[in-house]
Design a protein around this ligand. Structure first.
Ligand code: COA
Length: 379
């Protein structure tokens, strides 16, 4: 007898995969990558080392890390065909649309696109993580009518991204701020985009198709767009003096305050703890104290009003101040999320393929039965 089916809208109470990449305990506010708590990684690791950890399920030795970084960074230059392609994109295109198309296009220029071997998939994962920053920066330069800056395979992903985007070297503090955000966003259990990637790769499609699925899924405002929402809110408020009235008004109307609450975390989002301290520093270093002061005041009011319901700042709340302090355009925020999550998405695809089974749930049919077919001439 086939097992009984049960309906679970949104799959909120269904375990749909096994993973050893990241662990979340929403009640206690815990996020671990391969058992290491996210706060330690944010303070001490780098995006490159975290990517190694997610892919190999252990920290590298210093020699392994050096080799991994060299190999990863060497993949960064974009295929010329991809640059030619993006030069034809409308300058008004939203960056996430451009990124989805460009990630897919990378597959056209990879001779190993359809090689399903574990070795080829590991190489493709490297190319995807290493090239995504260049795709985002190149499209941004294109839309602003600026010359595209080529990747520098001798430097870190965070530093090189800011250099390719702005055409000048970032300060070490700026590169470090971005690097922390990349570490914090690299993986997060079976979130919607990761699930999307796993569904695609489970059909034995290819890594590029799976990553195009993931980017398209992340793009939705219920998933990747919240930090942009926080920045819109800060811009709308405009000054510290106006925070109280704005937040109280939102709460009175039962509107959601952006950057607070999380479907999984009912305690302080562990990704926000260190980011909050760091956002203060980078905001001060870059003359954006006002953003931080506004954020701090919003948090204080929200704490008194809704902490009892388990509503705390989430990762998006202070990443918005951090990204804005780095001078990043609002509509690039979700692309930065994708740039980081590429490490988790690719890791999940490789994990899915090890003992793969097609992911194919059922739907509860709610339509009619036995409806006679009426020829078009009689309708
Ligand atoms: N601002 C004010 N109140 C909030 C809130 C917020 N951001 N998030 C939740 N609440 C309140 C709800 O109004 C509700 O109150 P009630 O019990 O009096 O009706 C209670 O907290 C529970 O909220 P609920 O909507 O059931 O939580 P959820 O788990 O369904 O939603 C989110 C989680 C993330 C969708 C929601 O918190 C939200 O929309 N946050 C703002 C957007 C955001 O920052 N998203 C990024 C997530 S990483």
């Amino acid at each position: 007898m086939p097992p009984a089916l049960h309906f679970d809208k949104g799959l909120a109470n269904t375990i749909a995969a096994e993973t050893s990449l990241s662990f979340i305990d929403g009640e206690k506010g815990v996020l671990e990558y391969v058992g290491i708590d996210i706060d330690s990684l944010a303070r001490h690791s780098t995006f490159e080392e975290t990517t190694f950890l997610l892919w190999h399920r252990r920290l590298p030795t210093s020699q392994e890390l050096g080799e991994f970084e060299r190999e990863l960074h060497a993949c960064a230059p974009l295929p010329p065909g991809v640059i030619d392609l993006l030069r034809g994109f409308p300058r008004s295109a939203p960056p996430m649309h451009a990124l989805r198309t460009l990630v897919s296009a990378l597959g056209l220029y990879d001779p190993e696109s359809d090689d399903p071997s574990a070795e080829a998939n590991a190489r493709k994962a490297m190319r995807l993580v290493a090239r995504t920053p260049g795709l985002i920066a190149a499209f941004d330069r294109h839309r602003k009518g600026k010359p595209i800056v080529q990747a520098d395979p001798t430097t870190s992903i965070a530093r090189d991204f800011l250099r390719m985007l702005n055409g000048v070297d970032p300060t070490p503090a700026m590169a470090h701020a971005l690097d922390i955000c990349l570490v914090l966003h690299a993986d997060h259990g079976l979130n919607a985009s990761t699930f999307g990637a796993r569904v695609t790769i489970a059909t034995l499609s290819d890594m590029y198709s799976a990553m195009a699925t993931a980017v398209g899924t992340l793009k939705g405002p219920l998933h990747g767009g919240a930090n942009e929402g926080v920045m819109h809110m800060l811009a709308e408020i405009g000054s510290v003096e106006r925070v109280d009235a704005y937040v109280q008004d939102k709460l009175a109307r039962k509107d959601k305050v952006m950057g607070f609450g999380h479907r999984v975390y009912k305690a302080y989002d562990p990704r926000a703890t260190y980011l909050k301290t760091f956002a203060e520093k980078i905001a001060a270093d870059t003359g954006n104290e006002k953003l931080y002061e506004m954020s701090k005041r919003i948090e204080a009011i929200m704490h008194d009003a809704v902490a009892a319901k388990g509503i705390y700042p989430n990762v998006d709340f202070y990443s918005a101040t951090t990204y804005a302090s780095l001078g990043l355009d609002l509509d690039l925020f979700t692309c930065l999320f994708a740039m980081s999550r590429m490490a988790g998405w690719t890791g999940h695809c490789i994990e899915q393929l090890d003992g793969n089974r097609l992911i194919r749930p059922h739907a509860e049919y709610t339509g009619p039965h036995g409806v006679p077919y009426v020829p078009v001439s009689d309708r």
